[in-house]
Design a protein around this ligand. Structure first.
Ligand code: AHM
Ligand code: MG
Length: 337
């Protein structure tokens, strides 16, 4: 068999984002490209630390408790520090919101730019010690008008984001990004230290065969969720039931959903009245990517991207994925199924 010649025309993330900028013409200042460059660098740095964690004793507790009362892992703390430092130093940000920090960070005048970044520096922390996929999730807003940057600039519906993405630290390091013009996936080539376009124009299949939910919470679920789950597990004769896949890392579960289709759920229930996932830096970016890939993202009764946040760490119910699957779920909430 003939070996394929290596490509001599690599499309790196920076090249790709720059070409999007050309599309915008003179309106593009290049600031978003520079901001995304800072995010790429932090991703490579975090990826390196995740990979070395077991060797350099970063696994385990940092001895601090974060806003949500959870114990912080060393890698969480480190990843948060890496992101805050790099985003501040980029000179392109005005407000930062991190899952790991109780208050929003307002950037000092000297370093201030026009963008606000909301992020979960290392999501899926329960999976760290087992070496299972974890990730970084981020969303980007432009400050309102000529604002200097305040919490108000991030208490806005997710549909106003100018970009969103995630990085998955797994068998390879993948960065999936949307700047409002579809979704693209890039894979880190460790030898080049560059993210290379490997998954252009990701579209979530209109229907899938997989459901993804922590079914251990069933006893707390509301009626529509129970009925929906029953419908996909007990289909009319002749049809196959759905397969269950649940990693417990939102980035990995959403990544699979975007590529293979199906539905990812983290509903609110009788115990967790608002659900578990955080609106600003978990639900919004993933809803943004899902819609940009042609899928649907809902709380069950409302489009996620239309929610008006009241505080930076609020939570929300999440169902996202293939259009037809999520629409089936919505019918149970409407009582029309
Ligand atoms: P974290 O921010 O503390 O890591 O929690 C978020 C994670 C998501 O990645 C994942 O979808 C969910 O929590 C899993 O929760 P559960 O263990 O309740 O199923
Ligand atoms: Mg998280």
């Amino acid at each position: 068999s003939q070996e394929e010649a290596p490509s001599t025309d690599l499309i790196t993330l920076t090249r790709h984002v720059l070409s999007e900028g050309f599309r915008l013409g003179p309106a593009a200042t290049g600031d978003l490209t520079l901001l995304l460059n800072a995010i790429q660098t932090t991703s490579k740095f975090i990826a390196t630390n995740v990979r070395r964690a077991r060797l350099i004793n970063l696994v385990g507790l940092a001895g601090e408790t974060n806003v949500q009362g959870e114990e912080q892992k060393k890698l969480d703390v480190l990843s948060n520090d890496i992101m805050v430092n790099s985003l501040r130093a980029s000179g392109k940000t005005a407000v930062l919101v991190s899952e790991e920090l109780e208050e929003a960070v307002i950037i000092d005048e000297k370093n201030r730019g026009k963008y606000c970044v909301v992020f979960d520096p290392l999501d899926g922390s329960s999976n760290i010690d087992a070496g299972v996929n974890i990730g970084t999730i981020f969303g980007i807003y432009h400050v309102k008008g000529e604002n200097k940057g305040s919490v108000d600039d991030v208490l806005r519906p997710g549909r106003e984001m100018v970009a969103a993405g995630y990085v998955m630290y797994g068998s390879s390091c993948n960065l999936v990004l949307s700047t409002g013009n579809g979704v693209n996936g890039y894979t880190l080539d460790p030898s080049l230290g560059e993210f290379i376009l490997t998954h252009p124009d990701i579209k979530v299949p209109s229907r899938g065969k997989i459901y993804s939910i922590n079914e251990g919470n069933s006893m707390y679920y509301h009626e529509p969720v129970l009925k929906y789950l029953s419908s996909i597990k007990n289909p009319p004769s002749g049809k196959s039931p759905y397969s269950a896949r649940y990693i417990g890392s939102m980035v990995a579960d959403v990544h699979r959903t975007l590529l293979y289709g199906g539905i990812f759920c983290y509903p609110n229930d009788k115990k967790s009245k608002s659900g578990k996932l955080r609106l600003l830096y978990e639900a919004f970016p993933m809803a943004y990517l899902t819609e940009q890939a042609g899928g649907v993202a809902t709380t069950g009764t409302k489009r996620i991207l239309d929610i008006e946040p009241k505080n930076i760490h609020e939570r929300c119910s999440v169902f996202l994925g293939s259009k037809e699957d999520v629409q089936d779920l919505i019918k149970f909430y409407e009582g029309s199924a």
